[in-house]
Design a protein. Structure first.
Length: 327
């Protein structure tokens, strides 16, 4: 077949292949979304509904409570997991710094929506700004500025940017931003849980792959440099993972309290573990208990979820510290 007919057939095949290539990512996305919806409904929903029937606690069967519990289960893992490397390096304030810059990202997304009509998801804005802030912190630490000064500069700059953006809209976006400042149980959506689960898998996988370099840099950065380990890359990875944890936990914990689960369970675990791996395990257990108990208390008594989780975590620390002194 030659001539115009052959050219037309070739063009038609090219269009078909182009259409197939463009549809492939959508099909994969739809498949993953369907798989997650099945997991959330059949697996998580089924397990909690069974618990509701077995315990008589009807609220365990509510979909929004199931999403909240799944969220804190993820946060209870990734928070202490990343926080352990921060606490043992005296970088506990990194989480708080990135949380405040993530607030600027939320404010930026809401500002663009309110002024330009650009529908940017607030958590996406928070993630982008927090990751950029993590890179800036890592960069400033390699200048003459002290680490604590670098963190203070980024923290105050991020919060200042967020407050300015709010004022530029005459406070019009302040209502929408409150749920990110203080956290909320009722507003956790399927998309939020999906983002949290995805980030959780990324964080756990990254820590598993880079565990040895992270431990090496945490406990002996000088020796790590002498052994030609790329310390800057490890530090940057840790900052980015911290940004992931902060952004994923914002919907439950709120910007103001999100750094607490990076620190409190780790400090509690440090009084129990005899090795770093034991401390990691105990930190995750402490984070899970604080998250589950805090969400339950928040629902039963109509309290703020983030504040309840932090207070339960602090109570756990006090109990462990008192027990160690009495032992």
């Amino acid at each position: 077949m030659t001539g115009p007919v052959a050219l037309a057939a070739t063009d038609l095949l090219a269009v078909e292949f182009s259409a197939a290539d463009s549809l492939a990512p959508l099909l994969v996305t739809d498949a993953l979304t369907g798989l997650f919806d099945w997991f959330l409904t059949a697996v998580v929903g089924g397990a909690f509904s069974w618990l509701a029937g077995a315990t008589g606690l009807d609220f365990l069967g509510y979909p929004y409570m199931q999403r909240a519990y799944l969220s804190v289960l993820c946060i209870g893992v990734v928070g202490p997991l990343v926080g352990s490397f921060l606490v043992y390096r005296d970088l506990s304030m990194v989480g708080d710094t990135l949380a405040h810059t993530a607030f600027a990202g939320v404010a930026l997304a809401l500002f663009l929506d309110a002024t330009l009509g650009l529908a940017v998801p607030p958590l996406l804005g928070a993630l982008v700004v927090a990751v950029v802030a993590a890179l800036v912190v890592a960069l400033i630490e390699y200048t003459d500025a002290r680490s604590d000064a670098a963190l203070a500069m980024v923290l105050t700059g991020g919060f200042a940017l967020g407050s300015v953006l709010i004022s530029l809209t005459g406070g019009g976006i302040s209502v929408g931003i409150n749920q990110y400042l203080f956290g909320s149980l009722a507003t956790v959506s399927r998309a939020d849980v999906g983002l949290l689960v995805t980030m959780g898998l990324v964080v756990v996988g990254s820590v598993a792959v880079a565990y040895r370099p992270l431990v090496y840099v945490t406990f002996d950065e000088t020796a790590a440099r002498a052994s030609r380990l790329h310390v800057r890359a490890v530090n940057t990875l840790l900052s980015i993972l911290t940004a992931f944890v902060v952004v994923s936990a914002m919907r439950i914990m709120g910007v103001i309290l999100v750094a607490a689960l990076l620190v409190i369970p780790v400090v509690t675990a440090s009084r129990l573990g005899r090795s770093f791996k034991q401390s990691l395990l105990y930190g995750v257990l402490a984070g899970e208990l604080a998250g589950l108990a805090g969400v339950t208390v928040a629902y039963l008594y109509g309290l703020a979820a983030g504040g309840s989780i932090v207070l339960v975590a602090l109570a756990g620390f006090v109990a462990v510290a008192a027990g160690r002194r009495l032992a």
